[in-house]
Design a protein around this ligand. Structure first.
Ligand SMILES: Nc1ncnc2c1ncn2[C@@H]1O[C@H](COP(=O)(O)OP(=O)(O)O)[C@@H](O)[C@H]1O
Ligand SMILES: N[C@@H](CCOP(=O)(O)O)C(=O)O
Length: 325
């Protein structure tokens, strides 16, 4: 099949929070915290990771972004074995804010843009869900907004919900890392029917509340019996936050993804923002956990790729000029 390859693209991809409490492996929301990837077809592969937080991530062909890009080329039936890749990210690694999903989705979108978007968004979503083994983070990073999805081991389907304009997100990001793998391993292999019913009903109600803008219902719906009770043992202070954050102005509170980040949904009109932020920070500090708090918004946009010209400059100068300035 013929196609016109583009020389260089720049991708902007949002972070994501998964589960939103009861929607284990099925609900995700994109957040306005971003990673950027430059990708170019080249004569020799080179991978440039900008910023200290990328320490330890491989810069050879075992790099996740390189490998995912090759999957796109393979599925599209084209060959570009050598790539020049640069990445900068404001999304903290291994904290429950979907850094691995952002890398996967960014790589898919970048590689696809390089080959004239031969694959559809739906096809990219299938590859991303297969790689992550759950569709919540990748769906949010790909489509933006709030995404309701399943992946049954063979295919993924999703519906996007436009986030309510009054929704704000407070995250408390502990200084320690917790891999998704470790946080999945503490969960039981089987659950009681009553816990399954609890989550089914709460997750359904949460989706209805988010779809209809019934923000007052979030406090009742954002409760979970499938994963948070088990993961709480890995995050000192989590149990107290889950039990009490609503008394300090949160619409609802949950573990972000597999943690350790804690997330509170907040109404922008709340008069208790300072009180809530202090409560999150102080509760974790009492357990000896230093945490950075950030006020975020849902990212309405999902991943986006733009084509670069020769004289557009490199990612480092873009980041210094546009992101860090
Ligand atoms: N830009 C990247 N390039 C390569 N690998 C990455 C990148 N970002 C994240 N990863 C991989 O994803 C892992 C974190 O994934 P995970 O444990 O699921 O946490 P989370 O997705 O919540 O940040 C990192 O340890 C790293 O192996
Ligand atoms: N549904 C997954 C989400 C993992 O999210 P991450 O941001 O921690 O990678 C889970 O809960 O395991």
């Amino acid at each position: 099949m013929s196609y016109k390859a583009v020389q260089k693209v720049r991708v902007k991809v949002p972070a994501s929070t998964a589960n939103l409490g009861p929607g284990f492996d099925s609900l995700g929301m994109a957040l306005n915290l971003y990673a950027w990837i430059d990708m170019a077809i080249s004569d020799e592969t080179a991978i440039h990771l900008i910023g200290d937080q990328m320490n330890g991530i491989p810069t050879d062909k075992s790099n996740l972004i390189y490998k995912v890009a090759q999957m796109v080329f393979e599925q599209a039936g084209v060959s570009h074995p050598e790539l020049d890749i640069a990445m900068y990210s404001d999304i903290p690694l291994t904290r429950g804010l979907g850094s691995s999903a952002s890398a996967i989705v960014g790589a898919l979108a970048g590689a696809n843009a390089l080959i004239g978007n031969k694959l559809t968004q739906y096809e990219l979503f299938q590859i991303a869900s297969r790689l992550e083994k759950h569709p919540d983070n990748v769906g949010a990073s790909l489509f933006g907004g709030i995404v309701v999805a399943f992946w049954d081991g063979e295919k993924a389907e999703s519906i996007r919900i436009e986030p309510d304009a009054n929704l704000e997100v407070l995250v408390a990001i502990p200084a320690f890392q917790l891999s998704t793998e470790k946080a999945r391993n503490v969960m039981p292999k089987q659950v009681a029917m009553k816990d399954a019913v609890f989550n089914l009903s709460h997750s359904s109600l949460l989706v209805a509340a988010l779809s209809t803008g019934n923000l007052g219902m979030i406090r009742h719906a954002m409760k979970d019996a499938l994963h948070q009770p088990y993961r709480a043992e890995l995050i000192p202070g989590m149990k107290t936050l889950l039990e009490q954050a609503e008394n300090h102005g949160a619409l609802g509170v949950a573990l972000s993804g597999a943690g350790p980040t804690m997330l509170a949904l907040v109404d922008v009109r709340s008069g208790q923002k300072e009180e809530l932020e202090a409560f999150l920070k102080d509760t974790l500090a009492e357990e000896g956990i230093e945490a950075q708090t950030l006020w975020l918004k849902p990212s309405v946009e999902g991943v986006a790729a733009i084509l670069l010209q020769e004289d557009d400059g490199d990612l480092l100068s873009f980041v210094e000029r546009e992101v860090l300035a």
